[in-house]
Write a protein that binds this ligand. Sequence first.
Ligand code: FAD
Length: 440
Amino acid sequence: MTDAVKPPKKPRGKAALLEDKCIACGARCQSVCPVDAIQMTDAGEPIIDASRCIGCVKCVKVCPVQALEMSFTPEELRILEQLAGSAAPEVAEEDPEEAALRKRLAVYSGVWVFIEQTGGEAAKVSWELLGKGKELALARKAPLCAVVLGDNVEKLCLQAFGYGAEKVYLMDAPVLRHYRTESYQRSVCALVRKYLPEVILMGATGLGRDLAGVVATVLSTGLTADCTGLSIDDKGNLMQTRPAFGGNIMATIVCDKFRPQMSTVRPHVMSMPTFDSEAKGEIVREPVPVTEDEIQVKVLKILMDGGGGSDVDIAGAEFIISGGRGMMGKDNFAMLQELADVLGGVVGASRSAVDAGWMPPDRQVGQTGKTVRPKVYIACGISGAIQHLVGMQDSDVVIAINRDPEAPIFQVASYGIVGDLFRIIPALTGKLKALKAARS
Ligand code: FAD
């Protein structure tokens, strides 16, 4: 009788840091290590105590830039080779925590877009989000759904189908006539608890910011505000990109342990999808889980904002001529207005110009101003700081006029004119006027 030869145990290896790859993301590896084998240097890079490491691979998995890998001794490598060559296929060891998380998240499915409406009119940003939502839904092989709340708003369901939704969850009742945080929060949360979507997108408008924040809090999930980019990673998580640290870096945020993943996006950041008037879908009518008596806030009167600003919506304009500190003074903006009049556009401004009092705040383009996506954006005397660029870099055509050839605005410009704006702009306006006159 011979003893059965036991196969050697699969070596687990030790975590090791790859040189020059760590981005000091904030000690994610250290926070997941179950045996305190990782300490951080002042520069934010991990030092791994190999004598403590148990090869659980958690740090390797959490690293956003693959700066950690498992390392093996020559003997361990020999065993691994031997195991790989052995007949019996090896069953991958499953981390029980990971398996439980995967199971918990797997019940969530579908991309939802909240359709914001006022008086039965949908906010355009909701349709823009359906366009982006379609891409995400395709990547997840999941349905794209819209959520419509209001009073007498069924017509919005048909519009939502036209912009790509396959299904609309509709709550239609007088209690939802006007937006109130409590009634809307309770309605959205009831829908989420019942249908378990994996992604919810809302416009980063006053209403959307209010609602998204409270819904995420009640559902104990993550919310990324003011996203400028959304995509799906290879694990199926939503990658939510937004400016961080005063706009100096673009951060990509992942909510990998909770569902739904929630994001808000400002108007004009995503492009408008084409409308298909033939599109059809399913309307799922749901009862409203709240009565008027339960809501403490009452809408007594609606006072329309008389337009304390300038009545000009730069966010929706197709031609924007923006001026910065290089305009040197308030009066010089008349020159931009003249060019805007010829082009049928509007005048925008950098924050420096607004801070100087040369233009009203509602004309500010950028991170703390408006996000614009015109057909043509002409930047005059604007250096192109990142906080300005995030608000206009998705314009179809960018024309930059600056006397500094090194100005960063030229990096996003389709056409750049290096020179003195006080000579270039009047010449441009004159030429356009002459062309127009010749045509008429
Ligand atoms: P400058 O940077 O001073 O540039 C002036 C430009 O004019 C220069 O490039 C110069 O070469 C050119 N120039 C001067 N004279 C002439 C001439 N005769 N002819 C041609 N060119 C000329 N900024 C925004 O715009 N929007 C925002 O929403 C915003 N949000 C911010 C949020 C935070 C948290 C922070 C910290 C900053 C923010 N900023 C924002 C400010 C931003 O960092 C810049 O300071 C600002 O955009 C600079 O404005 P500017 O380009 O007009 O001025």
